[in-house]
Design a protein around this ligand. Sequence first.
Ligand code: NAD
Length: 425
Amino acid sequence: MSDVTSSRIEGFHKMSPEARLQAVARQAGLDNEAVAGLADAASGQIDLADRLIENAISSMAIPVGIATNITVDGRDVLVPMATEESSVIAAVCNSAKRCRSTGGFRTSTSGPVMAAQIQLLGADDPENVRMKVLERIGDIRTICDATDPLLVKFGGGFRDLDIRVIGTPEGPMTVVHIIVDTRDAMGANAVNSMAEALAPKLEEWTGARSLLRILTNLADRRLARVRAVWPVDEIGGDRVRDDMLSAYHFADSDPYRAATHNKGIMNGISAVVLATGNDTRAIEAGAHAFTVRDGRYRSMTRWEKDGDGNLVGILEMPMAVGLIGGATKIHPTAQANLKILGVTTADELARIIVSVGLAQNFGAMRALATTGIQKGHMALHAQNVAMMVGAAGPEIDRVAEELKARGMVRQDVAEEILARLRADG
Ligand code: NAD
């Protein structure tokens, strides 16, 4: 715990980021080094941070690395990934290389279609409300499209209605879904604005009261799918392939394993989502909700053996990412990363992201079914441990090398090695 004297800072949100940092430093008792560190971390980016979020005081850099070897639908692509976790990018590069001979990743998408929900309460007969809303689809289209003429100009806009009557502890509720093509936008603001504009009209037409009006992150109309084939020789033989299938069956049948298996997939996916300034939480929420859609939490991927004994992997999931809006358009790193990717539509980006997810899953299952996950982690992990105990400059590699050589990547051992190195001069 810090020494914060009070969590009240009068007028904090109105201060400049620099003044906020000073106020926090005073209140939390930060020394000059910590304050300088926070100021340096935001160097050149503090105005951007202040525009993106409230109460900004600094910025936090996440490493960006490039996944190589990836071919998506016949096109080679360099994929920027923003992650603080070691081994994630190496796993993708390695897995992508192993399926190049079969053409890499083949993808499809269902179109950039999002939905917002409007909750209607107090209706005597929810089924009747449902019919009354459906009768107004023409008016609803007009209201929604008028809310976002720019989106309509780019070929998007209102597409359809879906009206559900759900059971709740307080009785049935009518939920109106407006289905909207959001083109190259993720679309949260776009559909939320439409839902808010429409709600008063729904009240007028139905006599019900509208309460919540917000998009659903279960974007099950905005799916991206990928398939890839790994030749058995590239996997390491029949035994490894069969063990990988056993690993998959374990994950698909046990939520404890599935959570970790899917976390690995999201290591790849969230890293590209973040690198492009998209909303990692939106993608994570949609991914897990979609996975459990039949009532059982299971593997996000499917794996099987084809007639030639090769391993075929499939991933299908919601992929609500955009090139417009949020941080994508205004964050210079996101813009540069999109240039590296060479994508011009949100659809192309979605296809690349699921390809990375599938590659990541192949890499993790193969590592787990063979040498275990720690071997690949150790090189960078040993360096992290060295830095944790205070190693700097050339000391980091020397401590890390010895940790690995001794097969004991532990903080206490790192401390001992560092002390010895320093004593030896
Ligand atoms: P946005 O509103 O900033 O940009 C989208 C708008 O850009 C469109 O509505 C359209 O008017 C315009 N536009 C211009 N060119 C376009 C094109 N080629 N295709 C489509 N639209 C084009 O952003 P957004 O995508 O509506 O919202 C994304 C942001 O919303 C993210 O930052 C996300 O974090 C945030 N958000 C998410 C949630 C959630 O996921 N639950 C909720 C609220 C907000």
